[in-house]
Each structure stands twice: as structure tokens, then as C-alpha cells.
Design a protein around this ligand. Structure first.
Ligand SMILES: [Zn+2]
Ligand SMILES: [Zn+2]
Length: 333
């Protein structure tokens, strides 16, 4: 088995876990077609594994997957977490309920993120506060009570000032300025129904405060992630993962929740807090799945060539030309 990615040459991460490949942390498999890929941690492309003992390895991965937990799924693809591995099952899985555990990891990460800022601040403030308070002859209780509000507001402020990372900042259709968006500006934006895109967001201009641009696809997802992270960082925005997961399930999955929110066309700020967290999670999952599906289709075509499904040399050459891209990527396997 190779140890580097055939597309970008990066060293593949992980030890392969249940696959026994000795490499890979994110592994994709298709039991129906007998395919096994290691997904590159750097460029996210799918490296087809050598054929020899692939079937036994797929069986081992499928066994682990059935003991794992489904993070998200479409009719074609399921993202399954098992121990430290991400397993991507391709093909027709039995329909399973999405579990609530899937959001736990994300909320824990957010709590750690907050602690990085609030804990050192609290330590510093207690130091100053005790000195000042003891000097003034006061008690400790008042300080501790104020401290919580103080560190919270600093944390929310920091999240709100984070720049929104867009490849191309939109221009406002009303006042013509290029929008320099920060997370807090996005509270006035709205998810709207748009038949030509998976996701569409109307953005309010920080300069003239009119709705000046519509973003779709990845850019819309990026806006929503940052805007909702900001709103969900506030105390009223904090909700349990279990409630949010239930909200997503009641809407019939990530896709359904996004459609529901779009139909009402409310600003992010007007959404109920529980719904905001649910929407944030739904957007993440939806986008991750769309990306996985795209990569899978590409990997599937490469696998056809490697397994000799395409019969004539001309067919193979044509396929290779389509897939090769500008840098002339090599076929693995
Ligand atoms: Zn790579
Ligand atoms: Zn404007």
C-alpha cells in the first residue's frame, strides 16, 4: 500500500484502523462494487486501494461501520464515525435514524474555544479584582458575579469581529461598496428559497443596511456558519445538542430544515435560539455531504478505469483526459 496521496503527494494520515491498510483516517468503501478508498487529509481526494485483498478489507471496514454512528446521510452516501476514524459508506444503506450524539463533538469544541479566552481573562481579572476589592474593604461575591458577565461579553465580541472568509467579497447592489463582512453583520441576513441553488442567502450591507447581495452555494454556507456561530455564542443562543438534533430530525433531516427556514425568510437574528443551532448544524452537514458526493463521483470514474470496466483503450484514454486536470494527476491503485 502506498503512503502518500496520488493527487497531491501529501503523506496520508492515520493508520488505516479497521481496514488494515496501515494508512488512512478517513476511509470510503462501497460494498456493492467492492471498492475501498483512502481519503487524503490534505486535498480530500479519494485514493483507490490496490485490488488484491480489497474485499476482505471492505468487509472489516463495513463491520466497524455497522458498530459506528451515522453522522449524516444522503440516499447515496453515509458519513459514519467509528473511534477516531471517519468511514464513508457509498451505496444503498439501510435507512437509519440520525442520532443525537453527532453534535456533541462540535459543542465540546466550542466550549474549549470559549475557555481559551474566558479562563485566562477570569484569572487575570480575579487577580486585579481581589487587589482592588481588598484595598476597598469589599467582599469577593460581587466580583465573581460580575466576572462571568464580563468575560462572556468579551468572548462574544471577539467572535463577532471575526472577518467572514469569502473568496470574493460581494458588492452591495444598493450603495455600490464592497462589503467587508464580519460575523456580527450576518445576524440581519436571511436564508431564502432559490430554485437554482442548494442554499441561498440575502446579505444586509454593513454600510447602507439594505439587503445588497445574494450569495449561494459554498459562499452562502460560509456566511451562515460564521453568522450562526456568533449568534450561538451568546448565552441565550446556547442550547443543548440533543434539542438541536431533535429539531433537525423533526424537519426530516438537514435538507428539510434548511428548506423550512428558507420558506419563512426570517433574519438569522429572528430565528428562535434552538433553531439557530439546528440550522448551523444542518448547513455543515449538508455541505459536507455535497462535497463527499462530488468527490465520490470523480473517484468512481477513476475506479472504473482501474478495474478495467471500460473496455477499449480509446475509452480509457478519453476518461483519463477528462479526469487528469491541468497538473496531470496520476492514477493510483
Ligand atoms: Zn491529497
Ligand atoms: Zn450598501
Amino acid at each position: 500500500m502506498y503512503s502518500t496521496c496520488a493527487f497531491c503527494n501529501a503523506k496520508l494520515d492515520g493508520d488505516g484502523g479497521p481496514s488494515g491498510l496501515g494508512v488512512g483516517r478517513r476511509i470510503a468503501f462501497d460494498e456493492w462494487k467492492g471498492r475501498l478508498w483512502v481519503i487524503c487529509g490534505k486535498c480530500a481526494r479519494w485514493n483507490l486501494t490496490p485490488f488484491d485483498d480489497r474485499l476482505e478489507r471492505i468487509e472489516a471496514v463495513a463491520r466497524a461501520a455497522s458498530a459506528g454512528r451515522i453522522a449524516a446521510s444522503t440516499p447515496q452516501i453515509a458519513l459514519i464515525r467509528w473511534e477516531a476514524y471517519h468511514l464513508v459508506r457509498v451505496g444503498k444503506p439501510p435507512r437509519q435514524e440520525l442520532a443525537t450524539w453527532r453534535y456533541g463533538e462540535r459543542l465540546a469544541q466550542r466550549a474549549r474555544d470559549r475557555a481559551k479566552i474566558t479562563v485566562p481573562l477570569a484569572v487575570a481579572a480575579i487577580g486585579i479584582g481581589i487587589v482592588a476589592n481588598v484595598a476597598a474593604g469589599g467582599g469577593l461575591g460581587v466580583i465573581v458575579w460580575n466576572l462571568h458577565n464580563f468575560t462572556e461579553s468579551i468572548y462574544v465580541g471577539i467572535v463577532g469581529r471575526r472577518r467572514v472568509a469569502l473568496v470574493e467579497p460581494p458588492s452591495c447592489a444598493r450603495c455600490g461598496t464592497v462589503m467587508q463582512l464580519r460575523a456580527k453583520h450576518l445576524q440581519h441576513s436571511r436564508v431564502i428559497p432559490e430554485s437554482r441553488a442548494d442554499l441561498a442567502v440575502l446579505v444586509s450591507c454593513p454600510h447602507c443596511h439594505e439587503e445588497g447581495a445574494m450569495l449561494t452555494g459554498d459562499a452562502a454556507a460560509q456566511l451562515l456558519r460564521q453568522g450562526l456561530s456568533y449568534l450561538n455564542a451568546t448565552r441565550s443562543g446556547r442550547r443543548s445538542a440533543v434539542d438541536a438534533a431533535r429539531t433537525v430530525d423533526q424537519a426530516g433531516g438537514a435538507d428539510g430544515l434548511i428548506r423550512e427556514v428558507a420558506r419563512r425568510e426570517q433574519t438569522l437574528r429572528a430565528l428562535r435560539p434552538g433553531r439557530r443551532l439546528a440550522l448551523e448544524m444542518a448547513v455543515d452537514e449538508q455541505m459536507e455531504l455535497l462535497e463527499l458526493e462530488r468527490q465520490w463521483r470523480e473517484a468512481e470514474e477513476l475506479a472504473d478505469i482501474a478495474d478495467g470496466t471500460l473496455s477499449t483503450t480509446a475509452e480509457v484514454e478519453e476518461k483519463m483526459r477528462q479526469l487528469r486536470g491541468p497538473e496531470g494527476n496520476q492514477l493510483s491503485g
